[in-house]
Design a protein around this ligand. Structure first.
Ligand code: NAD
Length: 497
């Protein structure tokens, strides 16, 4: 597979590149609107072939000593680092985010590979001796079997890496089903794992949409499913998967608030907000989508926020240039975001920066939406309630911290809330009262590093155990408790050596 063009997309099953699909999805380069790759769509037979390959590989892989598995992941880490720049360029070309943002996401993925390398240290069980007279207890971890990862378009490396390194290091075999909108980086990650020495069948990738997902959800030889994507699909995956008797962790969409207090440091707050709202073109489940605060707080930061947002550069991301903002992933997504902007106008919000139809000199056909800011958004407006997943900020004005917290907690989503303040008391109030799983204090995007769980709440997560950290390991392993007793009717000095 080493000579495969970087824009050729294939399935990889049992270590072989498979290009026999008869139906394809054409993914367009979002910078140019020309075909970047033809994504093969797996048939139910191919899905079954992948499951059987993973099932066949399981017994030997699960029995491979964990330190040997870890050595393969150390090689994977080295290959990943060698390929870092090429992976970043591929990612920014197929997705549209700029290459620095692509590198940032790869670094977060690398952290999970590093966690996987060190897994033997935490894989160990527990022991408690002499619980009763002569009775000792111990726990042993076991992998589950064939596990699946279904991933969204916005982080085609980081999100697969949330899933398969820990699962495979734990002794499972794995099938990845990435988004057809960004299939190339994910395919390269699987290819690299083979080059690092992962045996055939241990890590497979199949491409496709709902049909492929449904075939995986109901397959009797699959034990666990990790999903990241929009809330309606996350809910569906959780319901279907658990009905079929599988373990499921399903992360959904989000609508993240940033609370700006009147004492927030202006420059640091504006810089953090610019990166959080407009970074990765707003296509992040941890992006700030709503800023909330009193008139005094908002009026302090808004002129500077608008001024910096206006100066962000737009441009193509598939070459040498590094603009601040690249294109969104597809024409459909561009139109969806523009539809939300129009809805904000129609419902009476004050559009103070309009990013529709920007002129982008080096990419006139690209799918661009520029930075957009609405002020005086009412909490019941569509743009305040629904996930837009683009570079669009809504500002809601309230008259107290308590009202801000009440408003934040009305959201059905529960990923992140950030507060900007110099007051420990206000920060603590948010930390304790915000009904969400990840809180940031004076930071842009509080996405946890791999040692902590990616802890969505409410409709941002369906399941019990999140990805990353020891929760990620618990999700993909089961524990056996062994109770031991050796009868003491023989005297020690009777034991014959
Ligand atoms: P999506 O839900 O459309 O797709 C996610 C995956 O599900 C893809 O692999 C897709 O092929 C598959 N899929 C799509 N529709 C399906 C259906 N009807 N039945 C079965 N499978 C289906 O999401 P997306 O547009 O690729 O990604 C953006 C969404 O992901 C946003 O809502 C974002 O908030 C969310 N997201 C969440 C997190 C998180 O950690 N909570 C992280 C990143 C992205």
């Amino acid at each position: 597979m080493a000579n495969r063009s970087q824009y050729t997309c294939t399935h990889i099953v049992n270590g072989e590149a498979i290009d026999t699909s008869e139906t394809f999805f054409e993914h367009l380069n979002p910078n140019t609107a020309t075909v970047l790759t033809r994504v093969p769509l797996a048939s139910p037979e191919l899905v079954n072939q992948a499951v059987q390959a993973a099932k066949a590989a399981f017994a030997e892989w699960a029995n491979t000593p964990i330190v040997k598995r870890s050595q393969i992941f150390y090689r994977y880490k080295r290959l990943f680092e060698d390929q870092f720049a090429a992976l970043a360029q591929l990612l920014s070309t197929e997705h549209g985010k700029n290459v620095n943002e692509a590198k940032g996401s790869l670094r977060r993925g690398l952290e999970v590979i590093e966690l996987a390398c060190s897994l033997p240290a935490v894989y160990k069980g527990e022991t408690l001796r002499n619980v009763g007279g002569g009775v000792d207890y111990e726990t042993h971890r076991f992998p589950l079997g064939v596990c699946v990862g279904i991933t969204p378009f916005n982080f085609p490396a980081m999100i697969p890496l949330w899933m398969f390194p820990i699962s495979v290091m734990a002794g499972n075999t794995f099938i990845l089903k990435p988004s057809p909108q960004t299939p190339l980086t994910s395919t390269r990650l699987v290819e690299l794992a083979g080059e690092a020495g992962l045996p055939p069948g241990v890590l497979n990738i199949v491409h496709g949409g709902k049909e492929v997902v449904d075939a995986l959800l109901t397959h009797p030889d699959i034990q666990a499913i990790s999903f990241v994507g929009s809330t309606p699909v996350a809910r569906y995956i959780y319901q279907q998967g658990t009905n079929a008797g599988k373990r499921v962790q399903a992360s959904g969409g989000a609508k993240n608030y940033a609370l700006v207090m009147p004492d927030a440091p202006i420059d640091n707050t504006v810089n953090a907000l610019i990166s959080s709202v407009f970074g990765s073109i707003g296509e992040r489940c941890m992006a700030t989508s709503v800023v909330i605060g009193t008139d005094a707080a908002i009026d302090r930061i808004l002129p500077s926020l608008k001024n910096v947002a206006q100066q962000l550069t737009l441009g193509r991301t598939d070459g040498q240039n590094i603009p601040d903002i690249g294109p969104v992933v597809s024409k459909e997504h561009q139109e969806r975001i523009e539809g939300y902007i129009q809805k904000g106008v129609d419902e009476g919000a004050e559009l103070i920066l309009d990013g529709r139809n920007p002129f982008v000199a080096d990419a006139p056909n690209g799918f661009f939406v520029g930075p957009t800011i609405f002020d005086r958004v009412a909490p019941d407006m569509t743009i305040a309630q629904e996930e837009i997943f683009g570079p669009v900020l809504s500002i809601i004005r309230v008259n107290s911290l308590q009202n801000a917290i009440a408003q934040i907690n009305k959201s059905p989503f529960g990923n992140a809330v950030v507060v900007y303040t110099n007051s420990g008391r206000s920060a603590r109030e948010i930390q304790d009262k915000a009904e969400c799983g990840m809180v940031g204090i004076n930071v842009g995007v509080p996405a946890p590093m791999s040692l902590f769980p990616f802890s969505g709440w409410k409709q941002s997560f369906f399941g019990d155990l999140h990805v990353q950290s020891s929760e990620g390991l618990d999700f993909c392993t089961k524990k056996k408790v062994v109770m031991k007793r050796w009868f003491d009717d023989d005297q020690l000095n009777d034991i014959v050596f």
